[in-house]
Design a protein around this ligand. Structure first.
Ligand code: HEC
Ligand code: HEC
Length: 363
């Protein structure tokens, strides 16, 4: 081949390479212009690379569960009451007693229910069904204030009550059962547990997040019909359409406790008062929510309370309750009253006018 031909081939190859390079550069430039253009026309472009709705929902749920667990064991620095550490008990005899008390509160039915190993003197519910996480959950009707504030005057009995009396109150009303003798092993153990977990609270103080939250009153009567609609959607898959709950596999304790019916709390119980029920469910139901992640609005909680507390449940003679009728709480559903409001208004509200009048009379 002559030098001239060689040169020609070289030139041809070179032009080819230059053209290819040119095309690459053109493509690069085009995409530099095209991507922003595409983003303007289709701002959701990157959603193609995002997680699907169901993946997001699953992650959110996982986070909520982790959060609610974290709330159950509040950190020291956020000011909420925290139970004293059971691991810190060095006396073995005392530790055994306190752990027995904890187990009695978490699994009451095992010991005192219809198939109880100690006695058959309660309705089959556990204290823990209403005092969540054995009485330690923030705003879960916990025992944070008990050791610090008892004995105290309680208007329901018109007497100064100690912790024994208060525990038996829940046994006779919430567990629709028979009072324990004060020196029984079971009473002593539950009292020891409740005292121990609340021992770090300053005497006389009600710590933050203890007991049940006070919800603001509605300016209308709470509505059982609205409550029923909500119940069907949000509650009955666990508590059942007839409200009677489901027993666990062992047939001894409840998997989902009863909200009404023969095996539920009776009409003298705290939860039968609308404000206690609404405050409890707001921060604790459906199961798994916490005060930081509630699912119900205040209004929904009041309407659900109205529905649940309109259903049939055991009665007992509580005519000796509230000996000073002027001290009855605004939401005590049984007369006689020191004011002119009806039993219906005392049951469902609106409660603000009743509260206002009570305040005026006190002055
Ligand atoms: C059906 C629900 C329910 C069950 C079951 C129940 N309780 Fe209660 N308990 C309540 C309610 C409601 C209150 C009142 C909370 C309030 O007024 O803020 C209460 C209050 C108490 C208090 C006083 C708390 C305070 O800060 O003044 C103690 C102590 C107590 N219960 C112990 C027990 C024990 C022990 C058991 C089991 C033997 C039990 N309860 C079972 C609903 C229940
Ligand atoms: C996923 C199942 C589940 C759902 C849904 C649920 N609960 Fe519960 N509920 C429970 C369990 C379990 C307990 C007992 C908690 C424990 O023992 O730790 C309970 C306890 C209760 C209690 C106190 C105990 C009693 O029997 O009186 C009330 C009141 C209550 N739930 C109301 C509601 C309401 C109202 C809803 C709907 C907004 C609801 N629950 C939705 C599982 C559920």
């Amino acid at each position: 081949m002559e030098q001239k031909d060689k040169d020609k081939i070289l030139v041809e190859q070179l032009t080819k390479e230059i053209k290819r390079l040119g095309r690459i550069i053109a493509l690069l430039l085009a995409s530099l212009i095209l991507i922003p253009l595409l983003l303007i026309v289709q701002p959701d472009l990157f959603s193609w690379f995002r997680k699907s709705e169901s993946e997001i929902a699953a992650e959110k749920k996982k986070k909520a569960i982790e959060q609610s667990l974290a709330d159950t064991q509040p950190k020291e620095d956020n000011g909420f009451w925290k139970p004293a550490d059971l691991n810190s008990i060095s006396n073995n005899q005392l530790k055994a007693q306190i752990l027995y008390g904890q187990d009695l509160i978490a699994h009451t039915a095992k010991y005192l229910g219809p198939k109880g190993s100690v006695s058959q003197t309660t309705n089959g519910m556990n204290c823990q069904n209403c005092h969540l996480a054995a009485g330690t959950k923030t705003w879960g009707n916990n025992y944070g204030a008990v050791f610090a504030t008892y004995p105290k005057y309680r208007a329901r009995s018109g007497q100064t009550e100690d912790i024994y009396k208060r525990i038996n109150d829940c046994i006779e009303r919430s567990l629709n059962g028979t009072a324990l003798t004060l020196n029984s092993k079971e009473m002593q153990a539950m009292k020891a547990y409740i005292e121990f977990i609340g021992k770090e609270v300053i005497k006389g103080e009600k710590p933050k997040g203890s007991g049940i939250v006070e919800l603001p009153f509605l300016d209308r009567p709470a509505d059982p019909l609205k409550g029923k609609e909500l119940f069907v959607v949000k509650c009955q898959r666990c508590h059942q359409p007839n409200g009677e709950g489901i027993l666990a596999g062992d047939q001894i304790e409840y998997l989902y406790p009863p909200l009404w019916g023969n095996h539920s709390y009776n009409q003298g119980a705290g939860l039968y008062r609308m404000s206690r029920m609404a405050g409890f469910i707001k921060n604790n139901m459906p199961q798994g929510v916490s005060f930081q992640n509630p699912e119900l609005t205040d209004e929904e909680a009041w309407d659900l309370a109205a529905y649940i507390n309109s259903q049939a449940r055991p009665t007992k003679d509580f005519s000796a309750d509230w000996p000073k009728i002027a001290e009855k709480p605004v939401d005590h559903p049984f007369g006689p009253y020191a004011d002119k409001f009806s039993e219906t208004q005392h049951k469902f509200g609106p409660f603000q006018p009743i509260a206002d009048e009570k305040k005026k009379k006190k002055k």
